[in-house]
Design a protein around this ligand. Structure first.
Ligand code: AMP
Length: 318
């Protein structure tokens, strides 16, 4: 069982870690903008502190696993679900207060698919925090070399969404009941958005969500992403499978990824970018995209794949 007090445990730990310099956080400027072409809302944060954050290459050079023996000052719970499977840590380089990591106790690789218990504990954590903290939360998982992940030890991440922020997935799912895709019904995809994304509304009644349902949702979306990689093997034969997974109480979403960093603009993304929370390290890039929000959809596409809304699956698909 996840303790009902998990939200206050996170907040207390975060406060003392921040006061005692156990984590590195600076956020200088955030701006809410809308791209009228795609209808996507964005919060753009100019965050020079990200320059201090280890990138995948730095983390690999270092070779150590920061999640094997995490710093006690960053450890919120040694055994989150009292089943010996997960620990809950603070992110050492948070982009937002209370940014939390849900880490497997035993080493598993970040390239492995999410298991039903991993999906379920993430969902339960969301339910507990949304109820007790009166904020909406999002869990995300960056998997594969082009997904924007930097650590190989399996970890999901969790943060509160900015107040009143409406990710495009909310509008896509608004008023739609939960369903599972099949041969005739594809996951939802907004045809105004540039990049491929697969979304399912979650059931309104959280009591009806169990491991089986979570697994069916996730696998059906992952299957679409795998089909996507299969379709692209001629053009990009050495492509490694990478994707971002995003989960809120309202929807579940998967984004196939082609690259971490855009070339046209000095900017990179992990899962949060594909919810509309864009982190920028360079001031000139911040200026450019706040003046011209349509640019963000171009770079999100550059790091993903083209939208496939309306495309019918064929017999060759997974
Ligand atoms: P990702 O980059 O998606 O693989 O997520 C890994 C996260 O772990 C990053 O957001 C880092 O900020 C964070 N991180 C790196 N080193 C540590 C550490 N020693 N303790 C806690 N979090 C860390």
């Amino acid at each position: 069982m996840i303790p009902e007090t998990v939200g206050s445990l996170i907040a207390q730990k975060y406060k003392s870690a921040k006061e005692n310099d156990h984590l590195h956080f600076i956020e200088t400027e955030s701006k809410a903008i809308k791209d009228n072409d795609s209808g996507m809302n964005f919060v753009i944060s100019y965050t020079p502190s990200l320059l201090k954050k280890p990138e995948r290459a730095d983390a690999q050079k270092d070779g150590t696993d920061p999640f094997e023996k995490p710093e006690p000052e960053l450890t919120i719970l040694e055994d989150l679900n009292e089943d010996g499977q997960f620990k809950l840590l603070l992110n050492k380089f948070p982009v937002i207060a209370n940014h939390t990591l849900l880490v497997t106790k035993e080493f598993k690789h970040q390239n492995t698919a999410l298991t039903p218990p991993e999906l379920m504990v993430a969902y339960k954590l969301l339910c507990t925090l949304d109820k007790t903290e009166s904020k909406r939360h999002m869990v995300f998982y960056n998997s594969g070399p082009q997904s924007g992940s930097s650590q190989d030890h399996k970890h999901l991440q969790m943060l509160a969404l900015p107040e009143d922020f409406v990710p495009f997935q909310d509008n896509l799912c608004a008023g739609k009941p939960h369903f599972l895709p099949d041969f005739k019904t594809e996951p939802l995809q907004d045809d105004k958005v540039s990049f491929a994304h697969y979304v399912l509304p979650m059931p309104e009644d959280s009591d009806s969500v169990d491991e089986d349902l979570m697994a069916m949702c996730y696998i059906s979306l992952l299957q679409r992403a795998l089909t996507f990689f299969q379709d692209w093997t001629n053009e990009k034969p050495n492509m490694e499978k990478s994707y971002n997974f995003l989960l809120t109480k309202k929807w579940i979403c998967l984004i196939p990824r082609s690259r971490t960093q855009a070339e046209s603009l000095e900017i990179g993304f992990n899962a949060v970018g594909y919810a509309g929370l864009v982190l920028v390290k360079k001031e000139d890039v911040f200026q450019k995209i706040t003046e011209k929000p349509e640019l963000i959809n171009d770079v999100l596409l550059e790091c993903g794949f083209p939208n496939t809304a309306g495309t019918k699956p064929t017999e060759y698909h997974y």
